[in-house]
Design a protein around this ligand. Sequence first.
Ligand code: B12
Length: 268
Amino acid sequence: MTSQSHQIGRILSSLSTIYTPVGFEIYPFKIGWYNEQVGEPFRFDLDPDTLAFVIISTPDMFDKALVPFMCRDDCTGSTDILDKCMMHYFSLTKQAFPDDDVETIHDFEMAASRRPKILVQPAAHVSGAAFYYTRRCVDPDPWGEKKKIFGVSIHPQYGGWFAIRGVIIFKSVQCPELPHKEPVDCVPEQEKRRELLELFNYHWRDWRFRDIIEPHKRYSEDQRLYFETMPKDRSPLVRQLKGKFLKQAENKEISTDLAGVGGELATQ
Ligand code: B12
């Protein structure tokens, strides 16, 4: 094993300790791979071999990270509790690597130009995490130039039942030897791709695009209800989720150790 792959292995293992137990997945990529795919304004002015990771939330994240976080935080279901929870988990990486130049970027962060700081779908694609389907992969294009069609990423295990939460960049770590992993093309048929893009663009509220392949796991009823409910109406649901979580913890159905949710949060 070279010292470089040893270093990447060490970083990956620390990140796994933080993210895997609470329902996230992590995938390494090189900044150069991302820069090659996105337009000029989105590129990073970094060495192309710079090491970065995409962070994905699986259906388990809700029960393992968000609900425990709600229990610790004095939360009533405000819009930003999810963002706050993600910020907390991203900050754990900075804490774990105090001597490295680490930049974390969330999916919701905007640059001064009001553009997203990171396009997470291309990042997930180049890391091999989830195939990014856009109109470019439907030939001939059935929609016509004037129609705006947004692209969608599909995960080989979770279909559309996941989210891409952001990236973590290790600015001082170069990884020229990192092997490139192609994403799994789980929607190879042209007709299915058209259907996927139409479901995502015109019917995303009914969740059907997420089932374009048979997923290993979907969002739970609780999770769907939570996301379907307007933030202003979430308080009763949040109370109920907290009660359910604490009862399960009491009955030892789940660990009472709120994995990674530091005590300092109670005062935040
Ligand atoms: C802005 C935004 C919106 C806007 C505009 C949508 C859009 N795609 O532009 C609005 C508000 C409409 C929106 C809505 C929704 N969104 Co939205 N949105 C975003 C956000 C923040 C940025 C997307 C963006 O601006 N793209 C800009 C354009 C220019 O990028 P692009 O089309 O990919 O093209 C560039 C490159 O990708 C490249 N390129 C082009 N084709 C290809 C092909 C390949 C293979 C590659 C590698 C590169 C590549 O060239 C282009 C030039 O740079 C992302 C999070 C993020 N930070 O990325 C979430 C995101 C795309 N949204 C998401 C979701 C789920 C939704 C909603 C369902 C609502 C929701 N949050 O539940 C709806 C559904 C869309 C709809 N029908 O309205 C998810 C999609 C998940 C997935 N499985 O793909 C994302 C990734 C958020 C996340 N955290 O997971 N969204």
